[in-house]
Write a protein that binds this ligand. Structure first.
Ligand SMILES: C[S@@+](CC[C@H](N)C(=O)[O-])C[C@H]1O[C@@H](n2cnc3c(N)ncnc32)[C@H](O)[C@@H]1O
Length: 287
């Protein structure tokens, strides 16, 4: 996609030009820390051999690989994403794994005309909080599911339930000032942190048996300095750094203070930091 043929143009730019390239550079680290969320999703969704699965915002393909293994050679996974750099990495990983049952599609999940009723399960790890019109997007996803088809996704709970974001964000904000005001629930990592709001969207989009539950998870962090580096690139603190563009000296100060703050997190048995986090696990069925 050379242009942004999408109602989500700002996110298309973000995931093609800013966050996507950053993610690709940090892919191994990002995958290590988010792997526990794949375990939660697969346990909740229980994909079965032979099923067809639609993965929304598949990114660099780490969840796609797990889904492909679960549905096996007789099933199929279609990973859809708007980010060319993320999809290029996913393509490589799927090729290396020989996961021919997984296919990738560069498209906006809010509007792409998926084959009607073709999927038993739609799943996403942190790929559904970026829609300009979430009800339209989930209607589109519902239409791709067979009647009774399952929807399972993970989104981030609020910043106050995610200290690995809250602490570096407080440091960044103290030095850089507050972000530009944005309408509440604007597309972004925290847009789905209110369970009632998510339930209302899913009900309006044609889902039933909806549950949205905060679940505690321990992310597998790296060392304090590496986590500080990540915090200047991703999440609320990364977005503030991107917006304010501090000079090198101020960046170094941010890094130093964030490193000291991360050093106070507990350590995992195998090394690296144990980062307590909370995700909103959502599940529903197409009516
Ligand atoms: C936080 S990343 C998560 C990537 C991947 N699911 C993972 O957990 O590693 C969000 C992903 O959603 C994708 N995305 C955002 N809006 C989208 C849309 N409207 N349609 C399809 N993908 C979208 C982004 O390009 C990005 O790859």
């Amino acid at each position: 996609m050379d242009e942004a043929p999408t109602p989500n143009e700002a996110q298309w730019r973000n995931w093609n030009e800013i966050s996507g390239p950053k993610w690709v550079r940090a892919a191994a680290v990002m995958e290590g820390r988010l792997a526990p969320v794949n375990d939660l999703l697969l346990s909740e969704a229980a994909p079965r051999p032979g099923e067809q699965v639609l993965e929304i915002g598949c990114g660099a393909g780490a969840t796609t690989l797990r889904l492909a293994a679960a549905v096996g050679a007789t099933g199929g996974v279609l990973g859809v994403d708007i980010s060319a750099p993320m999809l290029a990495l996913a393509e490589r990983s799927l090729g290396e794994a020989g996961a021919a049952q997984a296919k990738l599609l560069a498209a906006d999940a809010q509007i792409h005309p998926f084959p009607a009723g073709a999927f038993a399960l739609a799943l996403s790890r942190f790929g559904v909080m970026f829609f300009a019109d979430p009800i339209a997007a989930f209607r589109n996803i519902a239409a791709a599911l067979a009647p009774g088809g399952r929807l399972v996704f993970a989104a981030w709970a609020g910043i106050e339930a995610n200290p690995h974001w809250e602490i570096p964000y407080a440091i960044a904000r103290r030095h850089l000032g507050p972000p530009k005001p944005r309408p509440p629930r604007s597309p972004g990592p925290l847009a789905f942190s209110d369970a009632d709001y998510v339930r209302d969207i899913l009900a309006a989009a044609g889902f039933e048996a909806i549950t949205v539950t905060p679940v505690a998870v321990t992310l597998a962090g790296r060392g304090a300095a590496e986590e500080a580096e990540l915090a200047t690139l991703f999440g609320p603190s990364g977005a503030l750094v991107e917006e304010k563009r501090p000079d090198d000296a101020l960046r170094a100060t941010l890094h130093e203070e964030m490193t000291a703050a991360f050093a106070r997190f507990p350590t995992l048995p195998g090394g690296g930091l144990a980062l307590p986090a909370t995700v909103m696990m959502a599940s529903a069925r197409r009516r």
